[in-house]
Design a protein around this ligand. Structure first.
Ligand SMILES: Nc1ncnc2c1ncn2[C@@H]1O[C@H](COP(=O)(O)OP(=O)(O)O)[C@@H](O)[C@H]1O
Ligand SMILES: O=C(CO)[C@@H](O)[C@H](O)COP(=O)(O)O
Length: 539
């Protein structure tokens, strides 16, 4: 931890992601002051999660109370290292997108009267009418998705209004499923939060509003008016609007920190809470990208996102409200079989060592000797397919003739998929001068970065500022909103970030033109195989 004698302010950014609760603290100069994390499987094994979740067939949940316990644990870890709570001027952050929390009737009172002699976990043990929060890995709401699309007069119209056609993990169909299948629990719910607004609520000691960027991942928000769509809310459930509360712009000051944290840990009395958002929007906020850059996040999920001025929502991918710009949007593709399937290839073929995986990736040429792999052990989001499919010289095979090829085949296929689907979302293709910012846990892997560079014909960079990019985005926003009225002189978030002139990125590698062209030549064949896989892997 850096020198703590200075009274200058600190700003906190939380990220309640799939596998961990992370915190990045920055100082007034935007330098990372400290980082801390609680890993759900390792640090809270009593909740029995694997990769932060419990997955049974198409159903994926996380114990809501585990997330509460993670906040207790993270704060107690800060206390034990002498963290200067009294310097924290503002807090914001984010959460994995789409997950929902069902607060039981009467919990607003409990939240407003938290006792500093007890842990949050003790006081909120009965706070949830649904004790297992549905999360983004869930694919069990096909029926409800159909109902939402019917209410919206079709998938295209739902996409035009909300930025996405109906997706099983999106919160609208998840809420509808709880209302239909667990009516008693649903009627005992006084408020529904997203994972982001849930964490903000714990800190506020009151229900925090949902912000427009994370709200765009629900199939309930009109991304043009930036407010709930009444028809969709009514299709979701009769009282969805009152249970969801208001929606706010992302950089909104929503209140001050609950007295609980001031008494228990010694936080600053006027510590402000800024609306929390989704992890992907906050990642975009931290990177302050140009309009030609794209971000590829290799977290538990893989995502590709880019800022966009004129959205043309379609049934391909998602358009979300931009977290920090009113005039812009963000386009996003999401892959469920991201890091977890790379880990399973590492474990099955390379003795659990990333070094072996990386060496094998570099051993093969582009196209891996006419092999490719579509590995979707979990039902995939992009494309909608489930199962394991390997092709060698055009034939479907159970295993490759050379099993070491699995690493490169998987990566090439994951990246070709991003290129192919991003192109369908309107990303200009065929240019060899793009910049790709790699973030997330998998971004440390240089062999992956090299494939990204060649498939996209891009210069691949990594953030050098430290901290997970999503948590860092929360910390930057906390600082910006807390100082907006004085130091920022009315500047926009982007202008304020630019003024600091920080050298944010380090170049990792550049795509090779010949290899980029080879991938361009392979793309039509790869797309034909993906179409076959979608037929064979229907779920
Ligand atoms: N050297 C590496 N190569 C590839 N992937 C890695 C490496 N180190 C960590 N990862 C991946 O990073 C993932 C976690 O990323 P992270 O962004 O922290 O996830 P989340 O935010 O979803 O909790 C792990 O599942 C792991 O597979
Ligand atoms: O479903 C999505 C976005 O639509 C996922 O990206 C989640 O937001 C989970 O994020 P990570 O924990 O994988 O970073």
């Amino acid at each position: 931890m850096a020198e703590s004698s200075s009274p200058s302010p600190l700003y906190c950014g939380f990220d309640l992601s799939t596998q961990q609760l992370k915190l990045t603290v920055i100082d007034a100069g935007r330098d990372v002051f400290m980082e801390q994390a609680v890993h759900f499987d390792r640090d809270l094994p009593e909740y029995g999660t694997v990769g932060g979740a419990n997955v049974k067939g198409l159903i994926a949940t996380a114990p809501t109370l585990m997330w509460v316990a993670a906040l207790d644990l993270l704060l107690s870890r800060l206390e034990s290292v002498g963290f200067p709570f009294a310097r924290v001027a503002a807090i914001s952050g984010c959460g994995q997108q789409h997950g929902s929390v069902y607060w039981r009737d009467g919990t607003a009172r409990t939240l407003g009267a938290l006792k500093s002699s007890l842990s949050l976990r003790e006081q909120l043990a009965d706070a949830f009418a649904v004790t297992r929060s549905p999360i983004w890995q869930d694919s069990s709401t096909e029926e409800e998705c159909g109902l939402l699309e019917t209410a919206a007069s079709g998938a295209d119209e739902l996409a035009r209004v909300t930025g996405s056609s109906a997706y099983e993990r999106f919160t609208g169909s998840q809420i509808m499923k709880v209302a239909r299948k667990q009516p008693a629990a649903y009627s005992a719910t006084e408020r529904i939060s997203l994972v982001s607004s849930f964490l903000a609520s714990l800190l506020l000691g009151a229900y925090a509003p949902i912000d427009v960027a994370d709200g765009s991942g629900m199939n309930l928000l009109n991304i043009h008016t930036k407010d709930w769509d009444e028809t969709l809310l009514n299709a979701c459930s009769a009282d969805a609007r009152s249970k969801l509360g208001d929606v706010v712009h992302t950089n909104t000051f929503v209140g001050v920190l609950s007295a609980y944290y001031i008494e228990k840990y010694g936080f600053r009395q006027d510590c402000r809470i800024i609306a929390f958002t989704g992890d992907n929007p906050d990642s975009l906020a931290s990177l302050n990208l140009g309009l030609h850059d794209i971000v590829i996040s290799l977290g538990t999920s893989d995502t590709l996102s880019f800022p966009l001025l004129s959205p043309k929502p379609s049934t391909e991918g998602h358009i979300l409200c931009h977290p920090t710009r009113d005039d812009a949007y963000m386009a996003m593709l999401v892959y469920k079989n991201g890091s977890l399937v790379r880990e399973s290839v590492r474990d099955n073929y390379f003795g659990g060592k990333w070094e072996g995986f990386e060496a094998a990736v570099r051993h093969y040429p582009v196209g891996c000797g006419d092999r490719t792999a579509f590995l979707f052990p979990a039902p995939e989001i992009t494309p909608r397919a489930h199962g394991v499919f390997r092709f060698e010289r055009g034939d479907l095979v159970k295993e490759f003739s050379d099993s070491d090829a699995n690493a490169r085949c998987l990566l090439e296929s994951q990246l070709m998929s991003m290129r192919s689907h991003a192109r369908r979302m309107g990303l200009e293709d065929g240019v060899c001068d793009r910049r790709v910012v790699l973030t997330g846990g998998g971004s440390v892997n240089n062999a992956i970065a090299e494939i990204v560079a060649d498939v996209f014909g891009a210069t691949v960079v990594r953030s050098v500022l430290g901290g997970g990019s999503a948590a860092l985005g929360g910390a930057y926003r906390a600082r910006y909103v807390a100082c907006r009225d004085d130091e920022m002189h009315g500047r926009s978030f982007e202008e304020a970030m630019a003024v600091d002139k920080k050298q944010n990125f380090k170049e990792i590698c550049r795509g090779d033109k010949a290899r980029f062209d080879a991938y361009s030549d392979l793309l039509p064949r790869w797309e034909a195989l993906e179409a076959r896989v979608c037929e064979m892997g229907k779920f």
